[in-house]
Design a protein around this ligand. Structure first.
Ligand code: HEM
Length: 197
């Protein structure tokens, strides 16, 4: 193999997230969208449906917290595949800033939601497997309830805005820029090379 071809092979090998990373990313994407819908629906619905939706919201929220911890460990031990040279610096900066903010929000939301749950405090199991412990008992002081409540609402709307921008950018790369950045990195496209991360 010539030096140029072997360099190309190395670049291509790292072009895509591996199966574990892709499963983790896509399952989180689906769960987060479902979670946002459930949160808004629980807020708008009337009893007893509101309570049932909120129960599912709490269960899925804790699952997302577990997945984001797992994803953070994965990310700390596996570098992401590099972006192609065609991506301009401002887009790299914007993408990295958006990713960091999404990570942060995916910690803020379940944690603030869990604190808020302390005031609601009804016994709840986690998909029938165990009882969700209530570590923060909501007392008479409503300060933390307000902080957690505002965090939940504003972080959720910020996350929605980021996700919409993210999806728009992905579609732009796919159909206007036509570099197929997302499908090459995040889907099983046979035209691209093997993955390693
Ligand atoms: C990534 C995870 C989460 C997301 C994206 C999320 C999103 C949301 C959204 C969009 C709302 C409705 C806000 C509104 O319009 O009023 C909400 C409300 C709520 N969430 Fe979450 N949430 C998450 C995790 C959690 C967790 C883990 C819990 C509890 C353990 C929780 C408990 C609540 C509660 C109690 C409310 C009702 C707030 C109220 O109306 O006072 N959330 N959440």
């Amino acid at each position: 193999m010539t030096a140029r071809r072997s360099k190309l092979a190395v670049t291509m090998i790292h072009a895509r997230y591996n199966r574990t990373a892709r499963i983790l990313l896509w399952s989180m994407a689906v769960l987060v969208i479902l979670q946002l819908v459930l949160g808004v629906a629980a807020d708008k619905a009337s009893k007893p449906l509101a309570g049932q939706l909120l129960n599912q919201h709490v269960r899925i929220g804790l699952l997302i917290l577990a997945l984001i911890v797992l994803r953070s460990v994965w990310r700390a031990t596996h570098a992401p595949p590099p972006l192609p040279a065609s991506v301009p610096p401002w887009q790299r900066l914007a993408a990295s800033g958006a990713h960091r903010l999404i990570y942060l929000l995916l910690f803020v939301l379940p944690i603030s939601g869990y604190v808020l749950w302390g005031w609601i405090g009804r016994p709840l199991d986690w998909f029938g497997l165990f009882d969700i412990p209530i570590l923060f008992e909501g007392g008479d002081d409503e300060t933390w309830r307000s902080i957690a409540g505002y965090s939940q609402v504003y972080a959720a709307y910020l996350l929605m805005a980021l996700l919409v921008t993210h999806i728009a950018a992905a579609l732009w790369h796919e159909f206007v820029g036509r570099d197929h950045l997302i499908s090459k990195r995040m889907l099983q496209r046979r035209s691209t090379a093997r993955s390693s991360r």
